[in-house]
Design a protein around this ligand. Sequence first.
Ligand SMILES: Cc1ncc(COP(=O)(O)O)c(C=O)c1O
Length: 392
Amino acid sequence: MRKVYFDHNATTPVHPEVAEAVRPYLFDLFGNPSSIHWAGRDVRKSVEDAREEIAVFYGCRPLEIIFTSSGTEGDNLALKGVAYLEGNGGKHIVTCRVEHPAIMNTCRFLESRGFRVTYVPVNRQGIVEPDAVRRAIGPDTMLVSIMAANNETGCLMPIEEIGAIAREAGALMHTDAVQATGKIPLPWETLPVDLLTFSGHKINGIKGAGGLIVRKGVEISPVLHGGHQERGRRGGTENVIGIVAMGKAFSLLRRNMDAEVAEVRRLRDALERALFDRIPDLVLNGHPTLRMPNTVNISFRYVEGEALLLNLDMLGIACSSGSACTSGSLEASPILLAMGADPTDSQGALRFSLGYGNSDEDVSYAVDAIERVVNKLRAMSPLYKPREAKIR
Ligand SMILES: Cc1ncc(COP(=O)(O)O)c(C=O)c1O
């Protein structure tokens, strides 16, 4: 059976050149980068080379990068790192309703510690409107955190405008660029952003490594206290393999990003067009154009997303539904609900996220399979009355 992987927003396959680059670190290059002897020195150099590579990619200074264990830790470090410096409570954070749980749950934790958080809404197409952020900011706002791209819909947020608004108000600006990295340009020098999170496993690196870029002059409190690693901003012996892998993944991005983005956009557009042409009663979730080039999120009316997902899995197709099955009942995706989508439509939503390794054959196999499965499930639904019209 053919295997088609359309879940690159969840994680990506390790690039063969990345795998090759980390091999020596499983054998001879095992030292602790903090050791001053020969075994440590070589490894320290590799970690710093990776930092340099990532700095060149974003256009930041190497010392502005703090390595973390994940995008989740980077988000925690950004929010708690700023909040803890402000002392215990009272101050205000602005974020939005469609952030990843790494931001959402950190904000909820900070609320439990006395900080105030405003969750600004998104519009029907899933985009945060800069004016909504402007209205939410008050005199005690210390931080605005808005993602660069949404993981479920792919929607691109206007972070330049929002960052400018935050700065004008004297607040720091953080962006979760875990999904946006490698999909859109993020020129650190001109971006009005003070803190930016990235993650290695979303860009064909290895799981368990990420980072936070903190603009020179911006102070944050550590969250992990320990040794002097990362200049005292994150204790713990570095994940050398994960960091070297990220360095390689970023160098590949620097070389190939434009071509890869163009190719993945071509495949995503082909998938989207074919599905809308061949299957009636579909709804596109998210903005038609202000969207990452690799993502399409579609509600298949009269079908449950989870049933569709499982049937496609049996045909070798990996994709994702935003809904969660809790105690036997299906909950609609909170992201789609925050966009004002119809709850029934939200339950029938699937996200297809393409990336390195996908081909035209994957698209045509998937389109045939999806059409067959949707027809089969609709035939079993008492609610479904066949229609010709395309809804978009
Ligand atoms: C927008 C966003 N932020 C943060 C994360 C968390 O990253 P990690 O898996 O590296 O912890 C993800 C992962 O899906 C994400 O999509």
